[in-house]
Design a protein around this ligand. Structure first.
Ligand code: ADP
Ligand code: MG
Length: 396
């Protein structure tokens, strides 16, 4: 039994008006959708509801209009691209005369309502806006995990007003996250990388109490190394967080979590592709004018061996400055190991984060991970162990 209801629990919805919250906040370049991942994520739910004879009313935000309607942030421009992805007509409905327009829909019709944030009360979860939306539908489906860390009228308020269900993409995401940190098969490993410790303090503090192996890479590893007395030269390092890093290491010790820091590293004097100053050395041999830009090959091999003993992996943040070669090597190698172990069936692997997704795609490993979340902020808050209001409301 799941802790939330899904489309399987909706019963007969033929002729019912179903409000579906999707994330259609797609990037645009010169009026064209430059990445349609989010439109494709909406398809399973929208098309299933339409096939089952519901009148599908899609609610979504677009940009940050802050209650100020504008043509630039109108969802009208997304109706056609969405229709192309769904392979069915999508009718655009603006916030004037919407009740009449909705009343004229037939079973199976799909409509895209205007930007929810054209109402100032959307982001304030204003009960009047919740009522305004609720009046249009009989049932509510939340399919937008990536917006679930916000308690807005269309992401949280509606769930208390109408019978509410998780859409297929939301269901998939929640199932994957549950398998990764909710009730994971042990031993569990986490990889946390990226630029700075300061942006991921809550993530680290939560993970040390939940995982057996915490692999720290990226710029943030330098802060931990420095806290242990290692001279990291010119590396990106938050020296003022030495105490914080030490506390995290103490907490890990108490919780029986093994922290893995690199013992060899790839360094250079400048951040450029294949610089003349490139070399690999022991962490204790970094010169004053060098920067640590990636985890070294010996450490990566040890990390791969540690992963082989684990059954679950959760990954956020690249191990090195992967945008420029060869500082992508550690991230690519460990991602390939995780992908192979997942393919063999010995590892459940869940990853998320903007740069992490880019790095896993770059490694050609994303498709073999059990689940890759594109949710950004919501994924990080979940890794911090926080309850997401949009998800909590579905479980209430
Ligand atoms: P995500 O978006 O997946 O949460 P982050 O934004 O936290 O990841 O981190 C990604 C950034 O960290 C990348 O731009 C990468 O270049 C940087 N980074 C990784 N390792 C290092 C390092 N050793 N020195 C400087 N920057 C690094
Ligand atoms: Mg990032």
């Amino acid at each position: 039994m799941k802790a939330f209801k899904t489309l399987d629990d909706m019963g007969d919805i033929s002729g019912k008006a179903v409000l579906v919250r999707e994330d259609l906040n797609v990037p645009m370049q010169n009026g064209i959708v430059s990445d349609d991942t989010r439109l494709r994520a909406a398809m399973p739910t929208v098309n299933e509801l339409s096939d089952r004879g519901a009148k599908v009313l899609i609610l979504a935000h677009f940009g940050r209009p802050k209650g100020q309607p504008s043509a630039e942030l109108s969802l009208q421009q997304i109706a056609e691209p969405l229709s192309g992805v769904l392979g069915r007509p999508v009718r655009y409905i603006d916030w004037e005369g919407d009740a009449q327009a909705v009343a004229s829909l037939r079973p199976g019709d799909i409509a895209l309502l205007e930007n929810t944030r054209f109402f100032g009360g959307e982001e304030k979860n204003d009960p009047a806006v919740v009522d305004r939306f609720a009046a249009l539908g009989d049932l509510y489906v939340n399919d937008a995990f990536s917006a679930a860390h916000r308690a807005h009228a269309s992401t949280e308020g509606l769930a208390h007003k109408l019978p509410s269900f998780a859409g297929r993409s939301m269901e998939k995401e929640l199932d994957a996250l549950q398998a990764a940190l909710g009730a994971p098969v042990k031993p569990v490993a986490a990889v946390v990388g990226g630029a700075k410790v300061s942006t991921k303090l809550d993530v680290l503090n939560n993970l040390v109490t939940k995982v057996d192996h915490l692999i720290i890479g990226g710029g943030m590893a330098n802060t931990f190394l420095a806290a242990r007395g290692v001279d990291v030269g010119k590396s990106l390092c938050e020296h003022d967080l030495a105490d914080t890093a030490e506390k995290i290491m103490d907490r890990a010790d108490e919780a029986g979590c093994t922290i893995h820091l690199p013992y060899d590293v790839v360094v250079a004097k400048e951040f450029a592709a294949n610089p003349a100053s490139l070399r690999t050395c022991n962490v204790h041999e970094v010169a004053a004018d060098e920067m640590i830009l990636d985890v070294g090959p010996a450490a990566v091999e040890a990390l791969a061996d540690a992963l082989k003993t684990c059954r679950t992996l959760v990954w956020n943040g690249p191990l090195g400055a992967f945008e420029i070669a060869p500082f992508d090597a550690a991230t690519v190698a460990l991602a390939k190991t995780a992908a192979a172990l997942t393919k063999e069936g010995s590892l459940v692997s869940v990853a998320g984060g903007g740069d992490t997704v880019a790095a896993l795609n770059h490694a050609g490993a994303a498709a073999d991970f059990s689940f890759v979340s594109t949710a950004g902020g919501a994924f990080l808050e979940w890794m911090e162990g926080k309850a997401l209001p949009g998800v909590a409301a579905l479980m209430a």
